[in-house]
Ligand binder design. Structure first.
Ligand code: ASP
Length: 324
């Protein structure tokens, strides 16, 4: 009994020591997609905004891309639970368990939830040389090119994969999907005309739509967006896909077992970072909405993800859009 008490006093001391010394070295935010894409862009903005509330520590981004985001997420699930390795991931945390049934980690039990970051709409975009200049013409063009249309994405289980599958399902169109390690390399090929279509976050597509490098066909929100680059695009719902809505929320995670005090420190740092005027300006200028309120609390973040898993699972199953 006495020995047990001594062990728990010892453990408590270790936990306090963690909290007092944290952060003791560079913090790495793992992005499970290629550099230059929307998740990467959010992570780099966030890394900058987190620096001050974490006492000036260096925060870097590590792109661990592949397998639709599951390689990077798995790396963080298995990393040392000391708060120095974090994961920024999106809606894939909720859709992947249904889309990909053999992922090597458990979304609900292998992570500490640190709070949500932002909600990012998506856009359906096409290569600049496509003859269809609006969504109505695009659906006709897809019909005339059965078996020939291809659609880029960031790999099985990614947001662009989900969005593309839902669009194909809604249009009853069968397209060839071309997976990349993120939508940044897919965007290069779309601009170059190697692929025809892609669905991607506004944080990556806005500048290319505005510059005329790709054609924008519609946004995936219930209401039209008001940012300069996107204000002229219809919602896909109004353009013909009634009720079509996908918003890519993003959240921050640490490996399961990270000491509670460290989780609390990271959560308060995140809350401070999301009030950073520069961070808000950069993200919201690209159509994202920075999270405020309850979803910034770790319990609410966890509840939200569980609800999203429950929400998307029947949609994915009903559409029959499994990846395996
Ligand atoms: N936009 C990508 C996705 O479809 C991820 C990325 O490249 O950031 O999930």
């Amino acid at each position: 009994m006495k020995k047990l008490a001594l062990i728990s006093v010892g453990l408590l001391a270790v936990v306090h020591a963690h909290a007092q010394t944290f952060p003791s070295k560079t913090i790495t935010i793992v992005v499970p997609f290629a550099a230059g894409g929307p998740t990467d862009r959010s992570a780099r903005d966030l890394a900058e905004a987190l620096r001050k509330p974490l006492g000036g520590v260096t925060v870097v981004v590590d792109n661990v891309a592949g397998a639709g985001g599951s390689i990077g997420a798995n790396k963080v699930a298995k990393a040392a639970p000391d708060g120095h390795t974090l994961l920024l991931h999106h809606i894939g945390m909720a859709t992947m368990p249904t889309l990909v049934r053999n992922i090597p980690f458990k979304v609900e039990s292998d992570f500490e939830y640190l709070g949500m970051v932002s909600d990012v709409p998506m856009t359906l975009i096409g290569r600049p040389t496509l003859p269809a200049k609006n969504f109505k013409d695009l659906t006709a063009w897809i019909g005339q090119n059965k078996g020939k249309v291809n659609l880029g994405n960031a790999g099985v289980g990614s947001a662009s994969h989900l969005c593309g599958l839902l669009i194909q399902n809604a249009l009853q169109a069968d397209m060839t999907t071309v997976p990349y390690k993120g939508t940044a390399p897919a965007m290069t090929d779309l601009i170059g005309g190697q692929i025809d279509l892609m669905c991607d976050q506004t944080t990556n597509t806005s500048s290319h739509i505005e510059a005329g490098k790709v054609i924008g066909y519609g946004v995936t929100t219930a209401k039209p967006l008001t940012t300069a680059a996107l204000k002229d695009l219809p919602t896909l719902s109004d353009a013909g896909l009634k009720g079509f809505e996908v918003v890519v929320w993003q959240g921050l995670y640490a490996p399961k077992g990270t000491p509670t005090e460290v989780v609390v420190k990271l959560n308060s740092a995140l809350k401070a970072a999301l009030k950073d005027a520069d961070f808000i300006k950069k993200q919201e200028g690209l159509g994202a909405i920075v999270v405020t309120g309850k979803r910034l609390d770790v319990d609410e973040h966890k509840k939200f993800v569980a609800a999203e898993i429950a929400r998307w699972s029947p949609v994915i199953k009903a559409a029959g859009v499994y990846a395996d």
